[in-house]
Design a protein around this ligand. Structure first.
Ligand SMILES: Nc1ncnc2c1ncn2[C@@H]1O[C@H](COP(=O)(O)OP(=O)(O)OP(=O)(O)O)[C@@H](O)[C@H]1O
Ligand SMILES: [Mg+2]
Length: 323
């Protein structure tokens, strides 16, 4: 049996009309982690969640969820879902929505009230529980949506754009809630393009665009594949040196040189050159990319026709002007 709660190989989806929403995705999601599926609009994120929760059928590929083939009905009882643009009946109260989902998920009648109480408290909706959904704000609806996704005490929870419409305080509460669910040993699979909210809590990410997987892994590992050094200097660089550095792949702007490398030794020739020209090196810093920069890097790279540089390839100090 697979060690992963999700173990997918070559998942494909072609919608009627010919849109290839997923073009063969391999993913392995370890148990008890917060997993982020990131990608721009139309990347295929919701399609993936819909396949995994059997709302639609895959066109190809294979996979297991909680050790059972995708689509296994019993397994779905251990799965929670907040769908994209979730719509719950307007005439139900927040409490009734949670109780309704409990009924669909075969939660024992004796358990329903207690669980609903706990969940309402968890998403800070106890006070508003008796009001109808139609009177709730967008963020309040999302909170109820998250609560109903947890009503069957799921081992894995799929949340499609969970903080859509949620205010900053609500997003902070959401992050705390996600951490708490992880501590309880659950796996949380989140689709989002609001990257900043995921960054502090996510364990692994997969980046998809146009139905293809562009990168996958622990955030820090992905970042260290594309590290930068920033060298700040005072004074004016000679045009010959600047041209030489730029032809060597460095980005030179006024007072700042950016090098795509993780090695301090690669930076030394640059510093030497600046000093030999009588310039003052005011700061040298190794930058790690934010999730946003990392994401944009992958997506931009997938949009260019020329093959991308090999990650981690050393920078040749070819920018140095001939002596
Ligand atoms: N029912 C459908 N019929 C035909 N094409 C569809 C259908 N649903 C989605 N698509 C197409 O499949 C592709 C992937 O859509 P999907 O909703 O999975 O993207 P997404 O990554 O969730 O985007 P977003 O961030 O906007 O929610 C898009 O090109 C979309 O137009
Ligand atoms: Mg979507």
């Amino acid at each position: 049996m697979s060690d992963y709660v999700l173990d997918l190989s070559g998942i494909r989806k072609t919608y009627r009309g010919g849109v290839e929403a997923l073009k063969g995705i391999d993913l392995q999601v370890p148990r008890g982690c917060i997993y982020g599926l990131l990608g721009p609009n139309g990347a295929g994120k919701s399609t993936m969640i819909k396949i995994l929760t059997t709302l639609i059928r895959k066109s190809g590929g294979d996979g297991t969820m909680l050790g059972k083939p995708i689509g296994d009905r019993r397994t779905l009882q251990k799965v929670g879902l907040l769908p994209e643009h979730a719509q719950f009946p307007d005439y139900l109260t927040g409490r009734q929505v949670i109780e309704f989902t409990a009924g669909l998920q075969d939660v024992a009648a004796s358990e329903v009230q207690k669980r609903t109480d706990t969940l309402l408290e968890l998403v800070d909706m106890t006070e508003a529980e008796g009001r109808k959904m139609k009177g709730y704000s967008k963020g309040m609806k999302q909170r109820i949506g998250i609560a109903q996704a947890l009503v069957n005490d799921p081992e894995i929870v799929f949340l499609d754009e969970p903080t859509d419409g949620v205010d900053p305080a609500g997003r902070r509460d959401f992050r705390l809630l996600m951490k708490r669910l992880r501590e309880e040993g659950r796996t949380i699979f989140i689709n989002t393009h609001i990257l900043s909210e995921l960054e502090p809590i996510v364990d692994r990410v997969a980046i998809v665009s146009h139905g293809e997987l562009l990168g996958e892994g622990v955030l820090d590992d992905l970042r260290s594949r594309k590290p930068d050094y920033h060298v700040e200097y005072e004074g004016a660089l000679s045009p010959t040196t600047q041209a030489s550095m730029e032809s060597g792949g460095l980005i030179v702007s006024s007072g700042l040189i950016t090098m795509s490398t993780s090695k301090a030794e690669d930076v030394q020739p640059v510093i030497d050159q600046l000093r030999s020209e009588g310039l003052v090196v005011s700061r040298v810093e190794r930058k790690t990319q934010s999730l946003e920069e990392l994401f944009m890097g992958f997506v931009d790279q997938s949009n260019v026709a020329v093959p991308p540089p090999i990650p981690g390839a050393p920078i040749q100090p070819s920018f140095l002007p001939p002596s």
